[in-house]
Design a protein around this ligand. Structure first.
Ligand code: ZN
Length: 60
């Protein structure tokens, strides 16, 4: 995977959930402002349980 900026959003290729670092993830109690690359190792897609390598950067 290419290097990611701290504010890059990533999209799950399976269910299209978008991880937004500005929001974090309430399901896994990820604080707002957490870059994707700093998510804990056990983090999975909150909608479909996919591993982080199923996510692709969103260009907006
Ligand atoms: Zn997903």
């Amino acid at each position: 995977m290419n290097r990611l900026a701290d504010d890059t959003k990533l999209e799950c290729r399976i269910c299209w959930y978008v991880y937004d670092p500005d929001i974090g993830d309430e399901v896994e109690q990820i604080s707002p402002g957490t870059p994707f690359l700093e998510l804990p190792g056990h983090w999975r897609c909150p909608q479909c349980d996919a591993e982080p390598n199923a996510f692709i950067p969103v260009s907006d």
